[in-house]
Structures are given as C-alpha cells and as structure tokens.
Design a binder for this molecule. Structure first.
Ligand code: S3P
Length: 175
C-alpha cells in the first residue's frame, strides 16, 4: 500500500506547525511536528542539541526521526525547514505521501520570527542575510519536491488551511 501522509515542507516561519494542526483537525488525522518529536525523544530542546552536538548532530537526529515518522500512515507531518537538504531525507519524504510546500518570502519569515529564540540558525548578526542564503539554496528543492505549492504571505493560517483542503487529492480525504 502506498503511504498517504500529508507532509508540509517550507522554510522556518512558513506556518508548517500551525497550518498542519488545522489540517489534522479538519481531516481527522494525527499531527506530528518533527522538531517536537526530536525534542521529546531527546529530552532537550533544539537549541541545546545544536549547542552540544552542532548542526551535524541535529541533522543525524532529524534523519532518524524522519525514518520513524515516514513509516507511519494517515499523519499530517510538519518537517523542519532544513530537512530537505539531505538526499536520504528527500527519498523518505517523497515515498511517504502528498507534499505541500508553504511558500513564504524572507520578509514574511522575518516578521513571523522576529522574537524567536528557538531557531539556532537565526541567532546571528544578520538574520535576513541568513534566511536569504537558506532560501536561495533550498527553494529549488522545495519546488522540486512539492505536489502542491501554496503562497502563505499575509494570510492567516486558517485561510491557508481552507485553501489547501479543496486541492487535496480524493484518496487523502477518505482515509
Ligand atoms: C531549521 C529549521 C527548524 C529546525 C532547526 C533548523 C532549518 O525547523 O529544524 O532550527 O535548518 O531551517 P522549522 O522549519 O520548523 O522552524
């Protein structure tokens, strides 16, 4: 049987968690956020993992989490913004279900993340420059993976969820 998860991809601040929870409620599915899953398994938060193990250590944990989560079914899964950078992750994500890219500008990301202290990659002198660099590297990958692309700028999460639902393929509605 082919997997029928709904997988949200996109950069930090694109709304994967909030929109994912709304979709899960509406579709009567379980919701999992891969960062929260990693934190629950590790017992410490993401900034602490980066402090102790560096980004590379975090990426190893992220791949392990994706392996476990993509074996499940009927989930709405919010992935971390950088999860698509590893080919082995992309393979798992592709095989796991229907992929939605939440397309968000750097301006919008900055607006949503201006008070954020939980994203280690943004604890830098120039968060705009960092977000631009990450997006120019990752956006082609998000686009390549996506079954559906939804622009999210200046939209409330509920509006985005309402836009997504009618565009989901039939087989996802009946599971
Ligand atoms: C990261 C995004 C974060 C989290 C970590 C690294 C990234 O997830 O996995 O801080 O590389 O873009 P969100 O996209 O949920 O913020």
């Amino acid at each position: 049987m082919s997997a029928n998860n709904i997988i949200l991809i996109g950069p930090m601040g694109s709304g994967k968690s909030t929109i994912g929870q709304l979709l899960a409620q509406r579709l009567n599915r379980d919701f999992v956020d891969s960062d929260h899953y990693i934190e629950a398994k590790t017992g410490v938060d993401i900034p602490r993992i980066f402090d102790i193990e560096g980004e590379e250590g975090f990426r190893v944990r992220e791949t392990k989490a994706l392996k476990e989560l993509t074996e499940r079914n009927n989930l709405v899964l919010a992935t971390g913004g950088g999860s698509v950078t590893r080919e082995e992750n992309r393979k798992m994500i592709r095989a796991a279900g229907f992929i939605i890219f939440l397309d968000t500008s750097v301006n919008q990301q900055l607006e949503r993340l201006k008070h954020d202290k939980k994203r280690p990659l943004l604890q830098t002198e120039n968060p705009r420059e960092r977000l631009e660099a990450l997006l120019s590297e990752r956006k082609p990958i998000y686009l390549e993976l996506a079954d559906l692309r939804i622009p999210t700028d200046r939209k409330f999460a509920r509006k985005v969820a309402n836009e997504i639902i009618p565009q989901l393929p039939e087989y996802l509605m009946n599971s």
